[in-house]
Design a protein around this ligand. Sequence first.
Ligand SMILES: [Zn+2]
Length: 82
Amino acid sequence: MNEDDVTAPDRLRWWLSLLETTEADELDCEAVFDLLENAVEAVNAGEDIAQLFPAVALHLHHCPSCQDLFDTLVALAGSPTA
Ligand SMILES: [Zn+2]
C-alpha cells in the first residue's frame, strides 16, 4: 500500500489531459493577438515559443495572417531603433 503508486500515474494522466486540451482548444486570432507581444519578446530573447506558448505556436502554424503579423513584429522588435 504505497500512496506514491497511486498518485504518480494520476499526475501523468492529468498532465497528458492538459496537453490534449491545449491541442483541442486552439486559440482564436484575438487570443493569439493578446499573447503575440509576449511571444515576440520571447523569440527575440532567444526563447522557443513552441515551448513557452505552445498554443500560440500552434495557431501560427495554421493561420497565415497571424504568422505574417508575428514575423513583422519579430522583425520590428529585433531591429535596433537608434
Ligand atoms: Zn490567426
